[in-house]
Design a protein around this ligand. Structure first.
Ligand code: FMN
Length: 352
């Protein structure tokens, strides 16, 4: 089976969507291991916009007048049994280079009009009757409704309904190398769906619907996103390197004592801990086999978490979670919240 796997995210290898598309393709390979995969990162390619000159219809039928990377991509497209379109949702549609790629498929069409599937289409110049398509997309908002409809319909029209879809909202859950358990579970599901797809040639509607449920509770996701955005509007205070009191130091020491012995492969992480009632701060430097208390601010810090000493005590003893405290306004986070989420993996009994 020839699989053309198009990565249409400007974030290239860091794409959240690519995590889902990778899982799907890995699943396909489980059942059809001898497949040929052409994985193309579109934002690394030279793909000029279509000029609308119709040269590929009249002057040089079947060949575009522009010489760029589409010369090598068009044959890959034509020979593909399955095209996997992986892209983030941009303003309810597709990112610009993916759209440029799509428009440049015009040489595949003949200028003739034909009635097909209840509409008018141009016939393909190659035998596309058995070609199938899979649209994989993530978006930033936590809901699929009133968000994915336009791109879903565009692909239905484009692919004569030979398209299956994996449309996953709250894509932030996949925008990190250290995925939470819910995101990891979704990737496993998508991998299984990929394995079935090569056998059935489709994704059942119910499965599509299940995959478009956000991996996090949508209301809570939105509340956390908004709270972090509001906090980011004001700069994090620098309390001039003031050292923590013995009580605050005891909190930090409790974190160190909870550092997990069964490490994730890649652990390096520095987090600033700030104690708002005493305006002191320190950093925890998490490394492969050790966790140490360092003076803060620390330029390596991925995030800063600020709460009073009493709240920190409750967090370290598992009485409350970091996100509950964030949502009730008693705790602040600046920087990379994904780094904060990792605290659950790094420290025993800490709930984010
Ligand atoms: C220009 C732009 C437009 C976007 N438009 C939408 C949108 O219409 N709806 C939405 O939910 N998210 C939107 N997003 C968020 C992205 O879809 C989201 O961050 C996605 O998960 C990124 O995936 P990637 O890492 O694969 O690029 C937009 C992001 C950008 C940069």
């Amino acid at each position: 089976m020839n699989i053309l796997y198009l990565n249409g995210s400007p974030r290239k290898q860091a794409s959240a969507t690519k995590k889902l598309a990778d899982a799907f393709v890995e699943g396909m390979l489980k059942t059809v291991p001898e497949s040929i995969i052409d994985e193309i990162t579109l934002y690394e390619k030279a793909i000029a916009p279509c000029r609308g000159c119709f040269g590929c219809w009249h002057a040089t039928p079947g060949t575009c007048v522009i010489r760029d990377d589409m010369d090598s991509l068009l044959p890959l497209f034509r020979r593909a049994h399955v095209v996997v379109w992986s892209m983030p949702l941009y303003y309810f549609g597709m990112p610009s280079t993916m759209k440029a790629f799509l428009d440049r498929l015009m040489p595949n069409n003949s200028p003739l009009f034909e009635k097909r599937k209840g509409g008018v289409r141009h016939p393909q110049r190659y035998d596309a009757a058995a070609q199938r398509h899979v649209l994989v997309s993530t978006c930033g908002f936590q809901e699929s409704e009133r968000n994915f409809e336009a791109i879903a319909l565009q692909f239905d029209l484009l692919c004569d309904d030979r398209v299956s879809k994996i449309l996953c909202p709250a894509g932030g859950a996949f925008a990190t190398d250290h995925l939470g358990s819910a995101a990891r579970k979704r990737l496993e599901e998508v991998q299984n769906v990929g394995a079935d797809y090569t056998v059935s040639g489709t994704i059942a509607r119910d499965t599509e619907r299940a995959l478009s449920i956000p991996v996090y509770d949508p209301d809570r996701y939105m509340a956390v996103v908004n709270r972090l955005a509001a906090i980011a509007e004001t700069p994090a205070p620098d309390w001039m390197g003031a050292r923590p009191s013995p009580q605050a130091h005891a909190v930090l020491a409790a974190f160190v004592a909870r550092y997990r012995e069964d490490p994730e492969p890649e652990r390096a992480l520095t987090i600033e801990f700030a104690f708002s009632d005493e305006r002191s701060q320190a950093a925890l430097l998490c490394e492969t086999s050790s966790c140490t208390i360092e003076p803060a601010p620390d330029e390596r810090a991925a995030a800063r978490i600020e709460a009073d000493v009493a709240l920190w005590k409750r967090i370290v003893s598992g009485d409350t979670s970091i996100s509950d405290a964030l949502l009730n306004g008693t705790l602040k986070v600046w920087g990379d919240f994904d780094a904060v989420l990792r605290l659950e993996d790094l420290f025993v009994g800490i709930e984010v």
